[in-house]
Design a protein around this ligand. Sequence first.
Ligand code: FES
Length: 318
Amino acid sequence: MNTLSVKVTRKVEEAEGIASFELTSASGTPLPPFSAGSHIDVHVRDGIVRQYSLCNDPTEQHRYLIAVLRDPSSRGGSEAMHDEVAEGAILQISEPRNHFPLSPSARTLLLAGGIGVTPLLCMAERLAQIGATFTMHYCTRSSQRTAFRERIAQSQFADRVDFHFDDGPADQKLDLSNVLGAPTSDVNVYICGPTGFIEHVLKSAKALGWPDSQLHLEYFGAKPIDTSHDEDFEVKVASTGRCYKVPADKSVAAVLIENGIDIPLSCEQGVCGTCITRILDGQPDHRDMYFTSDEKAKNDQFTPCCSRSKGKLLVLDI
Ligand code: FES
């Protein structure tokens, strides 16, 4: 995987527990362009790769801006970003990839929960630039935990953003049935935030009759996956012809590593792409957030750290 070297040129405490990092090219050349909704993988330190959405204006090529929520319950990536990455540090990152692109529509509704504001802020910049009609609702626990308030207040789209604080009065809380209303075909809804926030919005939207095709979402962190119906299957290592049973409670990568087969791992949740393995036969059950839908549809590679098999056998090109 190609990586880019970038320098942390600014680190700013944007809100309680949230720091932003401005990244510029270490070589001084323009950074690869990106579209609203894109993310980059950041190699935080050895063995830790994390995915962060770009939240700056997508016309900028002199910098990328990411924001990181310190999450003590996570596996160390966010704390390392906060505690170990200072201004002047050099980081390796991937080129931007976009799994959460904006589609044209007459109206756009952006619903952000907490740090999930990052890709939606980038979308708001883009929509404002092209003169599109949109509104944004930004829900956080409190005003102290609300990143980019000042930036939004200073932006050309300030009047299209409503803030909602969990600890604020009842009349400013997000009223989803009112905000979403009855579905109309000319509206696209983009939702990003923690799992609880997304599930809550989805439940309300579905109850109002919104079709999946108009609800676009990106989970902050790994998407919850129902593993209760997981079954055993086998993987075959093409180079040796040997088969290994993958029980319901183990990943393909874990089984292969136990059997002495080297599978490089980093995030172990389908985010970074480090473990990508080619498939020669069989149909994978993709559970990653790394591949785009088109890449997944080809079924010629998968992420053995989290993805499984739809059939009884997967033949791996290793
Ligand atoms: Fe990151 Fe598998 S280890 S996608």
